[in-house]
Each structure stands twice: as C-alpha cells, then as structure tokens.
Design a protein around this ligand. Structure first.
Ligand SMILES: *[C@@H]1O[C@H](CO)[C@@H](O)[C@H](O)[C@H]1NC(C)=O
Ligand SMILES: *[C@@H]1O[C@H](CO)[C@@H](O)[C@H](O)[C@H]1NC(C)=O
Ligand SMILES: *[C@@H]1O[C@H](CO)[C@@H](O)[C@H](O)[C@H]1NC(C)=O
Ligand SMILES: *[C@@H]1O[C@H](CO)[C@@H](O)[C@H](O)[C@H]1NC(C)=O
Ligand SMILES: *[C@@H]1O[C@H](CO)[C@@H](O)[C@H](O)[C@H]1NC(C)=O
Ligand SMILES: *[C@@H]1O[C@H](CO)[C@@H](O)[C@H](O)[C@H]1NC(C)=O
Length: 313
C-alpha cells in the first residue's frame, strides 16, 4: 500500500484543470464535480479562490471532504482572473493544463479521457470546442449558437499567431489544453499581474501562441460555456463602473500583448479592435461625465490615452 502511495505521488498528472473562482458559491460545486466526475484518473484539480467574499471558501472546504484530491488555494485579496490563472499554472504539475471557469463545466464524464487521445502527437496546444449554453432564471438551459463555438482550424507554428490575431482561432483561453511548460514560459514573460476582467484571455492566448510550436484544432465539443445572467462575462450591465472597467482593460490588454506580437500583427490587432474602441467611446459619451472620468483614470494609471481623450480637450 505504502509503495503504491509513493509511486502515485511521483506520477505526473496527464491534465491539470485550473478553476479560478471569484464569488462563485452558486456554481462552484457543478464546475468542480464536472472535473472530479471525469473518468480520467490521472488528473489534478486546482481551484484558486480569488478572494471571494461570499461562501465560496466554505463550499470548497466541503467539497474537499468529498474529494480529498481537490487542491484549493485561497487568496486573501481579489486579484482578478489574469492573476488567478497564472497562480494556478505555477502550482500545477500536469503535462497539460486546462482553464475552466467557475461557472462553466465539462460536458460529460469522458471529456478529459477523450482529449488525451488527441494529444498523442503532443501538440503544445490542443484546441477543442465550446458549446454556449444559455441558462434561464428558471434553471432550464438551451444550447445556443455563439461565435466561440466552432472556430477550430489547423494551424502551424508559422501561422497560428496570425490566425489568432485575425480571430480565425478565437482567443478565449477556455477549450484549450496547453502544455504546462509552454504556459509557464508564457507567464514568466507576461510578468504582470494587473487586475483584468476583460482581456485576460487575450493576453494569455497571445503569450502562449507566441511561444508554442505546434497547434492542433479538433472538432470535439467538450466545454460548456455557460451564459448566465449574473456572471461577469454574461452580464450586459452598462453601469459606469462596468464601462470604465471595460475601457481600462482594453488599453491594459493592448499594452500587455504588444511585446508578444511582431509590429505588423500588432498593427492588425489594433485595426481590428478599432471598431470596439469607437463603440466604447460612444458608450462612454452617453453617460454623464464618464469620458472625463475615464481619461482621469488613465492618467493616474499612466496609460496612453491619446486616441480616446483627444476629443474632449
Ligand atoms: C457527478 O456525478 C454524480 C454521481 O454520478 C452526479 O450525481 C452529478 O450530477 C455529476 N455532476 C456533474 C457536474 O457532472
Ligand atoms: C436554480 O439553481 C440554483 C443552484 O442550484 C438554486 O439555488 C435555485 O434555487 C434554482 N432556481 C430555481 C428557480 O429552481
Ligand atoms: C424556463 O424559461 C424559459 C424562458 O423564459 C422558457 O422558454 C422555458 O419553457 C421555461 N422552462 C420551464 C421548465 O419552465
Ligand atoms: C502552415 O500552414 C499554412 C496554411 O495552411 C501553410 O501555407 C504553410 O505552408 C504551413 N507552414 C509550415 C511550415 O508547415
Ligand atoms: C518583471 O517585471 C519587473 C518589474 O516590472 C522587472 O523589474 C523585471 O525585470 C521583469 N522581469 C522580466 C523577466 O521581464
Ligand atoms: C449593474 O451594476 C450596478 C453597479 O455595479 C449594480 O448596482 C446593479 O444592480 C447592476 N444591475 C444589474 C441589472 O445587474
């Protein structure tokens, strides 16, 4: 028995699933169980509780009683998904890493086992598919069509960054098995832990894709991307605070991805997102004084605001 235990400790997990969780008391059990339920035995599950102020911590403690292998890190302060995802990667041991959001889930019990079968050639990135699932307030669900669903292409090291920037490969971090060694290198080079809510995906994907040498996209649907009314990504709350956060994150993301993109791709990335920037400006102008606030906040943060703030001078 003891010998078995020692051997088991030395085995490298095939896949580490990392779940960053912020105020996820309603969903954490489902997301965690969608992983603990997996038929793949040789896995690791890490939850990074990102300074939740609800009962996420105690929910996780309860889950650890049922699932002793569940690894939980409780961060004292809320640091945002960019930090929490990086923290999880630093703690992970698996050959591959999969990021799962606390309000999402794996579709069925064999997802990890099935994915492993696609990694025989050991691609640095194995990209599989999402299904967006809409949750109604009465808890009934409906699978819906969504831009992230089916953008899986075959790409190689010479064109994958280009395809990512052109959104031919979507830049969500979900639905991608990434070699831990590649992810760890990317994180070392990002070397930044700012509090992004919108944009952490793009930063991580661009960094990983700029380092990875091989990519395999497979038409396998394994990830339920849940569109909930009250989740950070699901909500369409145009409060001033939300708007400011979107805009600040937009510029922070631009700063952070710049060092991973050759100038021509960075230029394309900015041309593509120009529309987004214009939309944000228009939105901001709808709100009393908010554009002025945005510019003041940029100044405080030392972010270049030329294009956004010129027209209010
Ligand atoms: C996990 O498995 C248990 C027992 O088979 C089942 O009751 C539960 O609904 C499953 N949960 C998820 C999220 O798959
Ligand atoms: C929906 O599910 C949540 C979480 O399981 C539960 O707390 C809530 O009461 C449910 N709502 C309805 C209307 O059934
Ligand atoms: C839940 O709500 C949706 C949207 O309002 C509705 O289409 C569906 O029929 C409802 N389901 C149940 C079981 O009440
Ligand atoms: C990479 O893929 C592109 C598009 O399919 C192809 O044109 C190119 O020759 C490939 N490069 C290598 C090194 O395989
Ligand atoms: C990481 O950032 C710190 C502070 O911004 C800087 O001093 C350090 O040189 C950076 N490290 C690398 C590897 O870029
Ligand atoms: C929108 O955000 C504001 C402030 O963050 C909050 O008070 C309000 O309840 C939110 N509204 C909705 C519909 O979520």
């Amino acid at each position: 028995m003891l010998q078995f235990a020692i051997i088991a400790l030395q085995i490298i997990p095939s896949i580490t699933v990392i779940i960053p969780a912020y105020n996820a008391e309603k969903y954490i059990q489902t997301s965690v169980q969608s992983v603990t339920n997996q038929s793949l035995q040789n896995k690791e599950i890490i939850v990074v509780n990102d300074g939740s102020t609800d009962s996420t911590k105690s929910a996780l403690r309860k889950l650890q009683i049922t699932y002793p292998n569940l690894i939980v890190y409780n961060l004292e302060q809320n640091k945002g998904p960019l930090f929490a995802r990086q923290y999880g990667v630093q703690k992970s041991r698996g050959e591959y890493v999969l990021q799962l959001d606390a309000d999402d889930s794996l579709r069925h019990q064999n997802v990890l086992q099935d994915l492993l079968a696609y990694t025989i050639q050991k691609p640095d990135i194995l990209h599989f598919q999402h299904q967006a699932v809409k949750y109604f307030p009465n808890n009934s669900t409906q699978e819906i069509s969504w831009w992230g669903n089916a953008q899986v292409e075959s790409a190689n090291s010479s064109n994958m960054l280009n395809m990512l920037v052109h959104a031919k490969i979507h830049w969500l971090i979900h639905g991608k098995l990434i070699k831990r060694t590649i992810f760890a290198q990317a994180i070392e080079q990002i070397n930044d832990t700012r509090h992004l809510i919108y944009g952490d995906d793009e930063v991580l994907c661009v960094a990983v894709f700029s380092i990875a040498q091989s990519y395999n996209g497979v038409p396998y649907i394994g990830y339920n991307f849940n569109q909930r009314q009250d989740s950070v990504t699901g909500q369409r709350n145009q409060s001033i605070q939300t708007l400011l956060k979107v805009i600040i994150d937009y510029f922070s993301t631009r700063d952070l991805v710049q060092k991973f993109l050759p100038p021509d791709l960075f230029d394309i990335r900015n041309r593509i997102t120009k529309d987004y920037e214009v939309n944000l400006q228009n939105l901001a102008k709808l709100k009393d004084n908010s554009i002025v606030n945005v510019c003041a906040m940029y100044k405080i943060r030392g972010i270049d605001t030329q294009s956004l703030c010129n027209d209010i001078k």
